[in-house]
Design a protein around this ligand. Structure first.
Ligand code: ATP
Ligand code: MG
Ligand code: MG
Ligand code: MG
Length: 575
């Protein structure tokens, strides 16, 4: 029968729909989207940070996936599906088995072999490219998937915004040269603009630091929201917008130094205790190490201090810092001069808030990103203090502030909060070199493929949309990702006129291609209206007392605008 099918597939009427709405807000739900998605029966928590998507939630998820898929395909992506279970050997090849830290979900099989549940897929996709791409003729290539990811977040919260199991679209590009990567990156950047626009988000692309994954060039797509965990610095006078970590670096005039650092970050576990090790870490001759960094850092670099347990060797440090050094005779000196506890201090080239840069005279520069892992020779990257761990001891350090001058035009910097829904990275050859994913160029010479990676938090996007689109009564879905377009409510299903008009409208709407939910439950009208507001389908059609005259009421969820219409005009009204 016609009414059993819609574009999106088979569905049921509301009387048989699995829609366990809640009266009470779950106690752990701090923000509106989490409360509403749980109350309205879109999601159910199984255990901290792990959720089921119930029929309505699943439909929304499917829409976001579909939009993403269409735009990825249009941008030249090829969809694949990679395993969630990945062998530790692959992660050891890139050093991330150690470097990724406790966010990595590890497990063993019956033979005691170690595995991870993938938090991301650079290793797997690079191994595919290594095996499957031999010649420059195969490049460029863009592979993507929409898949479940696992991250043992230190603080799962905000429902599916920060979950431990979540759905991501991750894409990876392979190019033969830098210009190719630039083109691939731009294609993804533009696809992301279209995806988030189509999903109805109020968002902004901001410059970001290439963090944990390494590499150069990165943007984050931020859904603007007060509850966002990220801070965006933007300028009203020009188009400048960056996440605060990146803004910090640019603001300090140290962008070139961070380029250098980004290069250095390819090595995940350096034991840097001497200038030679530092030179090796930075891949520059020892004598030039400090000079070039000093030059690039506008004479402001040079020491970053991180939480970690590198031993500080003051003499080496002094050598490194050459003439422009603060005298640091002992660890105690360091502690006093820099105001950080000894035992947590180590010389390391880095970038990051919670990290202090010693200028030639003073200690006043804080940047962001790398922290020690409290494990010898290991560091975590792309860490945001406060979000990822507690750092009270750095609380007095100065950050970029609202009102500071814009680094691009000198205008005024403002702050906003954002939810990171997408992230694009130029990886370069970090992974292809480590994993020996090479291709033969036209001259028959083996070269590492140049990679980019591009993620969208599909499930997080759904929650961000709710965060931006709700009122005190419930969700207000953007049409493109709404679980249904039309919600027909028969006020009294026992009334023959109403029942018959509702059924007829249902058929008409479905025939016209509108995804329609029929509330055929024998509930009180008030209950039905409240549920409808909570669920948030864009258009509600109420079939009530005037049904006997063929008149129904159409109400837009968003504006509350109501019109009475003859039942046979409903379809053309909607169109
Ligand atoms: P965050 O800074 O919020 O921890 P991330 O930078 O670690 O995110 P990426 O590695 O860039 O995340 O992953 C790509 C996308 O996956 C992110 O932009 C985000 O939309 C989504 N994502 C990351 N972590 C989670 C999570 N725990 N729950 C839901 N979505 C997530
Ligand atoms: Mg993260
Ligand atoms: Mg991030
Ligand atoms: Mg990110």
């Amino acid at each position: 029968m016609l009414s059993e099918w819609i574009e999106g597939g088979f569905f049921v009427r509301q009387s048989s729909l699995f829609l366990p709405t809640l009266r009470e807000v779950p106690s752990e739900a701090e923000i509106a989207s989490h409360q509403l998605m749980a109350r309205a029966g879109f999601i159910r928590q199984l255990v901290s940070g792990v959720y089921s998507y119930l029929p309505l939630g699943h439909r929304v998820l499917r829409k976001v996936k579909q939009i993403t898929r269409e735009e990825m395909d249009a941008a030249g992506g090829q969809e694949i599906s990679m395993p969630a279970i990945q062998p530790s050997e692959l992660w050891r090849e890139t050093g991330r088995w150690e470097a990724y830290g406790p966010e990595l979900m590890r497990l063993r099989d019956r033979h005691d072999r170690e595995f991870v549940l993938g938090p991301t897929h650079e290793e797997v996709v690079t191994s595919l490219a290594r095996d499957g791409i031999r010649s420059y003729k195969r490049l460029p290539m863009n592979l993507y998937q929409i898949q479940t990811k696992y991250r043992d977040e230190v603080r799962p919260r905000f429902g599916v915004i920060r979950a431990r199991e979540f759905i991501m679209k991750d894409a990876y590009s392979f190019d033969l040269d830098q210009e190719g990567l630039d083109r691939s990156y731009e294609a993804m950047y533009n696809a992301y603009q279209r995806i988030f626009t189509r999903c109805g988000l109020d968002f902004r692309a901001v410059e970001a630091d290439a963090g944990a994954i390494g590499g150069k060039g990165s943007h984050e797509f931020m859904a603007l929201s007060e509850i966002g965990e990220d801070t965006i610095a933007y300028c009203e006078s020009c188009n400048y917008a960056a996440n605060i970590e990146k803004a910090e670096v640019v603001y300090r005039g140290q962008a070139p130094a961070t380029e250098e650092v980004a290069k250095a970050e390819k090595i995940h576990t350096p034991a840097i205790r001497t200038i030679d090790q530092l030179a090796e870490f930075l891949d520059v001759p020892a004598t030039q190490t400090i000079k070039s960094l000093l030059f690039k850092a506008d004479d402001q670099f040079v020491l970053t201090l991180v939480r970690g347990d590198h031993e500080l060797n003051d003499i080496k440090l002094k050598n490194m810092l050459d003439a422009n050094v603060v005298e640091l005779a002992s660890e105690q000196d360091v502690e006093e001069t820099l105001g950080v506890p000894t035992g947590f201090v180590g010389p390391q080239v880095s970038q990051g808030r919670n990290v202090k840069v010693v200028a030639d005279v003073a200690v006043q520069h804080i940047v962001n990103g790398i922290v020690g892992a409290n494990e010898i020779d290991y560091h975590f990257k792309n860490v945001t203090p406060g979000k990822d761990f507690e750092v009270e001891q750095y609380a007095d350090l100065r950050d970029i502030e609202e009102g500071d001058p814009c680094p691009q035009c000198g205008g005024t910097i403002h702050f906003a909060r954002g939810i990171e829904v997408g992230h694009v990275f130029k990886l370069g050859t970090t992974y292809s070199e480590q994993m020996k994913a090479t291709f033969l160029d036209e001259q028959g010479k083996a070269k590492p493929m140049i990679m980019g990676c591009y993620g969208i938090g599909i499930s997080r996007t759904v929650a961000a949309a709710v965060e931006q689109n709700h009122d005190e009564h419930g969700i207000i879905w953007p049409v493109a990702i709404a679980p249904f377009h039309v919600h027909i409510i028969a006020v009294n299903v026992k009334n023959a006129d109403q029942e018959q008009v509702a059924e007829s409208l249902y058929e008409q709407c479905l025939a016209a291609g509108f995804e329609t939910l029929l509330d055929d439950r024998s509930e009180r009208a008030g209950v039905k209206f409240n549920d409808a507001d909570l669920i948030g389908i864009p258009l509600r059609i109420t079939v009530g007392g005037k049904a006997k005259d063929g008149i129904v009421e159409c109400k837009l969820r968003k504006s509350g605008e109501v019109v009475e219409i003859a039942q046979d005009e409903v379809v053309s009204y909607i169109k």
